[in-house]
Ligand binder design. Sequence first.
Ligand code: PRP
Length: 180
Amino acid sequence: MGGSHQLTPVFTRETIHSRVVALANQISTDYQNQQLVLIGVLKGAFVFLSDLARSLSIGAQIDFVSLSSYGSQTVSCGDVTMDKDIKLDIRGKHVLVVEDIVDTGITLSYLMALLKSRQPASVDVCALIDKHERRQCDVQVRYAGFTTQDGFLVGYGLDYNEQYRELPQICHLELESNCC
Ligand code: PRP
């Protein structure tokens, strides 16, 4: 691979925990007495969704999607492939898409359009990290844990080449090149 990685903590596990509990409290209030369906976007959202769901004081159904987007400058909003669909019927239910990070917005833009076509009562987004710098598609994040501008983040579900998802904190990753 020709380089090592420098990890700098950005959000500690305590900071993340506080934000997740605050988000869960807000969501529990907003969706009280409603049929809530949490839809996690694999793989990155698996840690966040699991902590968020366990902090709710209301019931929720849970399902997952897996999507592939290629994230290049030339990819347009909606140019995404679905690898795994949900199994739940969401018609008439209140859907909350749970993402670890929203970056270009390409993934979410596609998913929101798809879910809306299935006639849920509502569809909104809860993202742990709302990252604006490369946004290409206009997507509304109703609940955001953190807003950041720059840097490549790993940990708490976020990966670099499938590494670091297991870290309990979120770190900034810098590649240190061994090359001259
Ligand atoms: C990440 C993240 C979002 C998507 C956001 O997934 O989990 O789903 O990218 O990027 P976008 O706003 O530019 O579309 P990734 O494709 O890295 O897959 P992973 O969750 O399996 O790591």
